[in-house]
Design a protein. Structure first.
Length: 303
């Protein structure tokens, strides 16, 4: 019984002809006869109600409808390949390479510990880690996963929450001994500060307490777009710094920095593991997704 819509087989035959440039070449690639390919093309055009190709003795040329249909056929081929790879991954052990992109601040704070723990549990999976300030386009750039901190994420991505983070205002003990600790956020306006130039307001710092918000423009002579360098500058006594809690934590434990204005909160920011929508996910990607969620849930103050 004839179906109303053309089958994927017919669409892929058309794709092969369009890319090969001739029915003869396409037939050779498909391992069939020229007459069979011609019949399949004619059947496809009849089902679509549109001519896809101008045929001549010398060459084939796509019609306007053919050009439009070609893009959909290529997407169909990609989808079929991805689905086949995903099903193969589900039926076997997790192995292969996962491409993960993360911002610099996350990589420096916990990247090594996380990846070493993952490798111990999944030794057959290789990880290619991209550390970048820029947000990569996962599908265009070929990444499987990303860690991101953002209140707005592209709708085509799945976002799995990992933890919430807040900024802490910190300073070196030597600077506190010299200049004293601020009692209120407004006191920062008269104190030297280290400013991150790219994230969360720059030199305008927002604080919240008991439903009240306060903003202060902090003085600075240097702006740096790297939190690890901001932390080192703060440790050296260059100024008060506003750092994500996971960036500042080790320096506080080690006594190299001290937290101030602890009674004031900065706005919370969610951190997500994001990835393109694929059904089902390849086993290697699912392994890293689940591992990251469990790893952060087990970290004190991170789950």
């Amino acid at each position: 019984m004839e179906t109303i819509e053309p089958s994927s087989e017919l669409a892929l035959v058309f794709l092969e002809v369009a890319e090969a440039g001739s029915i003869t070449a396409a037939a050779e690639r498909l391992g069939t006869s020229k007459s069979q390919v011609s019949k399949q093309l004619s059947r496809l055009e009849a089902l679509l109600g549109a001519q896809l190709l101008f045929r001549s003795t010398r060459k084939l040329t796509l019609t306007e409808a053919g050009h439009a249909y070609l893009g959909y056929c290529r997407r169909l081929r990609t989808l079929l390949r991805e689905s086949a790879a995903a099903v193969r991954g589900l039926s076997g052990d997790a192995d292969g390479t996962v491409r993960l992109t993360v911002p610099q601040m996350f990589a420096g704070a916990f990247g090594a510990e996380l990846l070493l723990a993952f490798h111990q549990q999944y030794p057959r999976i290789s990880v290619e880690l991209d550390v970048s300030v820029a947000e990569r386009d996962l599908e265009e750039d070929g990444f499987d996963l990303a860690i991101r901190s953002s209140r707005e994420l592209p709708p085509q991505l799945v976002a799995r929450p990992l933890f919430q983070t807040r900024d802490w205002v910190v300073a070196a003990p030597s600077l506190l001994a010299e200049r004293g600790a601020p009692a209120e956020p407004a006191d920062l306006a008269r104190l030297p500060c280290v400013v991150h130039s790219r994230y969360h307001g720059g030199a305008r710092w927002r604080f919240e307490r008991e439903g009240r918000a306060e903003e202060v423009e902090v003085p600075h002579w240097l702006q740096v777009s790297d939190y690890s360098l901001n932390r080192k500058l703060a440790e050296a006594g260059a100024g008060f710094a506003r750092l994500p809690d996971f960036v500042a934590e080790a320096a506080l434990i080690g006594g190299r920095l001290a937290r101030v204005l602890a009674g004031w909160e900065t706005p919370a920011r969610p951190v997500y593991l994001v990835y393109p929508k694929k059904t089902p996910q390849p086993a290697k990607s699912r392994a890293l997704i689940d591992f990251c969620a469990q790893w952060f849930a087990a970290k004190p103050g991170r789950g």
